[in-house]
Design a protein around this ligand. Sequence first.
Ligand code: C5P
Length: 226
Amino acid sequence: SEKITIAIDGYSSTGKSTLAKQIAKTLGYAYVDTGAMYRAVTLFAMQNGFIDEVELYKEELIKNLSKIQLRFQFNPDLGFAEMFLNDVNVEKQIRSLEVSNFVSQVAEVSEVRAMLVKQQQEMGKEKGVVMDGRDIGTVVFPDAELKIFMNARPDVRAQRRFDELSEKGQLVSYDRVLENVLQRDYIDTHREDSPLVKAEDAIEIDNSELSREEQFKKVLELVNNI
Ligand code: C5P
């Protein structure tokens, strides 16, 4: 059958990437984690002193955007693509709580968004892609054949994120993770440029009480009905 574009948007830590990877693998589609791109730009800003403890030096970052080269490289052992920033594998670093704490501020910068959206549109132009983020169904691919909008209760999301970080050996408190999840949601839904909002034609899934398997089946059914 003909290849389509699948846009998966939603709040932080709703399991978008897990679902997107599963769907992509099943359909033989490419998977693009757009959050990783915003995270890599944030890491770049931190490494170059455009972010200190409290502040993002927006103008400095904007001036240096052309020095950022992002690339996804498939890792056959992991079964998914890892993020490379200027030819360095930054997959681990971009998932840290330090990056999470600043990424939504970086994602507010229109110049950053314009640069990344352009790259995302390029990556998905042949269709046969599952892309997850915050603005895929609204801005990046408004014509996507299938749009999913994911949500779950904040406590469920924080617990999942906490478990994930703990598993990776990152010592963080549950309360700090919950705080970060809520803070990112707030910034993401209130920003001026491309705020997180459900596209009118997106199908909303609240997975607070759904298992991964149930959710996967549900979305696969939606794909098959197109
Ligand atoms: O998906 P993930 O949680 O890794 O995304 C990290 C952050 O990147 C989000 O909280 C949001 O601020 C930003 N983001 C965005 N637009 C996207 C993907 C991510 O603004 N398409």
